[in-house]
Write a protein that binds this ligand. Sequence first.
Ligand code: FO1
Length: 324
Amino acid sequence: MVRTSPTVLALSGGVGGAKLALGLAQIVPSDALTVVVNTGDDFEHLGLRICPDLDTLMYTLSGLSNQTLGWGQQDETWQFLDALKRLGGDAWFGLGDRDLATHVHRTALLAQGDSLSAVTAGLMHALGVLTQVVPMTDDNVATLIHCQNGETLSFQHYFVRDRCEPLIKGISFQGIETARRAPEFEQLIASGDLSQIIICPSNPFVSVAPILDLAETWKALKAADCPVVLVSPIVAGMALKGPAAKMMTELKMPSTALAVAQFYADTYPGLVDGFVLDEADAMSAEAVSALGLTPMVTQTVMKNLDDKQALAEAVLRFSDELAG
Ligand code: FO1
């Protein structure tokens, strides 16, 4: 793609990140927005390569997402899964009939040697998504959940099959030492043409950390000549979606927006310039400031398209103010 303007870079996991990405896509021209997506949740299942966060972005941005489930496609049917169950197959992962086409097509293209970036670009194009959506890497990185009972689980086994029930003691990313940033992501960083970097309200430990840890991306983003703004995925002590709050408790930190700010300040020192907190957490703004992050309090819960666009506007305005 030939770019004509500086780019807004958003880092995203699944559902929460996709909501803000959709808000951004409403107001930022498509050639000036790139969403880099976590692929640590990706896995092989039934011989298929499944990329849940990329697909959540794709379905959300194309208007095809299943609003009730938060993942997969709208108007989904489940004939395949029902038939698989009847056969005694491995049916714990909800593959809908329409969604299945995405996985079958992606797996076939990868098997013929196409990169995940190229396959993703083709899928997005086919569904009319104009925003540049890029996997963090074309290499395989797998998020592993280390449980207190000694078990190690792949992310989807922990999240879907075991419903996040196991108590966790740590998280690691298999393959991250050798993985490289996907070409579009690499080019964007190398171009130095970033106007804003936004870390979407995604799980810090399993959605954002894989992107930031990959090839020391956090250092490259810290060095970029623009502000980095993070939107808290924790509101009033609860995760907007998923196990972030439960994970924080098990990792022995308070499940608060302030603890999210503390995690980023400790793990990626100097990376985050601005921290967006929900109105419900306004009382933590001063403590966030004391960590060296500029706080901004606004309504962050995105229930409808207007909320998504309003948050995107507020975040971009805040970032502009930080840039001076
Ligand atoms: N999440 C579930 O809670 N249950 C499922 O059965 C499930 C199936 C599924 C199929 C395709 C896909 O792209 C996503 C799917 N998800 C499912 C969501 C996914 O596991 C998580 O939301 C992400 O990995 C976390 O970001």
